[in-house]
Design a protein around this ligand. Structure first.
Ligand code: HMG
Length: 387
């Protein structure tokens, strides 16, 4: 039985910062951000968009096309959780009217959280082939104003429907995982922004990629040249580019140009959205599928990395006519609808969004009709509304 991705939903907030503007404001050469980091824009969430509302918005984009009674599992991967106890997924379940029988919870291991959910979902569907599973990754990447990490911020969510006989990507059996207790990036409970040992984190990322990619090739008895595309968790596109360069070193011309071209296709959306932590790898997948040129049954390798740290390499194959399940024009529309912020506007919105509003204050969102948003707390209970 084939199990894999049948639907992909994506949401990013309606505001962004242009990296050239940010570079000027920080007295940096714009090429450092555009080329050295590889980012052109980053999405910015105001106080009305949090991990929950973004996850609802990403999931509702495909909900009318699925049998919601069949959904038996809902997993929410995030490191921007809104509560220390209650799962973000329960708010989603309630907003989207999913069946009460659904098993639902939140998982955390930095940016690896969504991949953990995908693997749980794959095994769940294997045991319950008549059920499907929704896996959401949703995050706000926040380092702080004028920090080295600022240029690698972002906000957004990707939601996947995992089921038997999927119509986008089948997931191959097997994976290679590597974990180590290190401190490259973390966010203490009393901090709204992440702490990071930036240079060290980039070294560990590449080390974990090489280990897991090598182990995976041994496990499957595959070569680099067997892959049509390799995609990566993209904290910023230059990070993935460095990993891809390692992968294609010493490969034949056809392999290296194919993997380089598909890397660029997979990085297109991340370049303008920024880091969305758990969902970044799956935004790369969407970007590759919508902007690359893959044949049917193309082998796609996926590298997931979560600081702290956990790395995993796995793969999938495109399903015949997978293009029919995608809507690149809708993705472009979502990106193009975003309003460009001046740097003072961004700084003000960013700073306000670091803390929750006082209890009972009703927030008003400037999102378009139909989108969900966080409207404040009532008796310290989070409220979500649809425009
Ligand atoms: P920095 O110190 O500002 O930048 O920090 P830099 O001085 O290292 O420069 C960056 C690159 O720009 C360099 O290229 C420069 O040469 C180049 P590289 O050597 O890397 O190839 N450069 C220029 N290029 C063209 N024209 C110019 C120019 N000037 C310089 N004029 C850093 C960069 C990424 C460390 C920082 O932004 C940061 O700390 N970011 C956050 C941490 C991060 O994203 N780490 C990635 C790996 S960890 C991960 O992926 C997990 C994560 O997603 C969290 C999770 O798991 O939950 C973060």
């Amino acid at each position: 039985m084939q199990i894999g991705i049948d639907q992909i939903g994506f949401y990013t907030p309606n505001k962004y910062v242009d990296m050239v503007d940010l570079a000027h404001a920080r007295n940096e050469d714009p090429n450092k951000y555009l080329i050295g980091i590889g980012q052109s824009q980053m999405s910015v969430a105001d106080q009305t968009q949090d991990a929950v509302s973004m996850g609802i918005n990403a999931t509702q984009s495909y909900l009318s096309q699925i049998d919601r009674e069949q959904v038996g599992l809902l997993v929410f991967g995030t490191e921007s959780g809104v509560d220390q106890s209650k799962s973000a997924s329960l708010f989603v379940k309630s907003a989207l009217n999913l069946p009460p029988e659904v098993r639902t919870f939140e998982v955390k291991e930095a940016c690896f959280g969504m991949t953990a959910g995908v693997m749980i979902a794959r095994d769940y569907v294997r045991l319950h082939p008549h059920h499907s599973a929704i896996v959401i990754g949703s995050d706000l990447a926040r380092y702080g104003i004028a920090t080295a990490g600022e240029v690698t911020q972002g906000a957004g969510s990707v939601s996947l429907l995992i089921k038997a006989q999927p119509r986008i990507l089948t997931l191959n059996d097997g994976h290679s995982a590597f974990s180590q207790d290190i401190n490259d990036f973390w966010r203490p409970n009393n901090s709204a922004t992440a702490l990071v040992d930036g240079k060290y984190s980039t070294q560990v990322y590449l080390d974990f990629f090489q280990r897991t990619f090598t182990d995976y090739q041994k496990l499957k008895n595959w070569q680099t040249s067997d892959f049509a595309a390799l995609i990566y968790h993209l904290p910023f596109t230059k990070m993935g580019l460095k990993a891809n360069r390692l992968a294609i070193a010493n490969q034949d011309e056809a392999t290296s140009s194919r993997l380089a071209a598909n890397f660029t296709a997979g990085a297109q959306y991340g370049r303008v959205v920024g880091n969305i932590y758990t969902a970044s790898l799956y935004l790369s997948l969407l970007s590759l599928l919508e902007n690359g040129s893959l044949t049917d049954n193309a082998l796609v390798g996926l590298f997931s990395y979560g600081s702290g740290a956990m790395g995993e390499f796995f793969s999938g194959r495109t399903v015949t006519d997978y293009q029919k399940m995608l809507n690149p024009m809708a993705t472009q529309k979502l990106l193009n609808r975003r309003q460009k912020l001046t740097i003072p506007e961004y700084e003000q919105i960013f700073t306000t969004a670091l803390s929750d509003p006082v209890d009972d204050l009703i927030l008003v969102s400037d999102e378009a009709k139909g989108y969900w948003y966080f409207s404040g707390t009532k008796n310290h209970i989070r409220q979500y509304r649809q425009k």
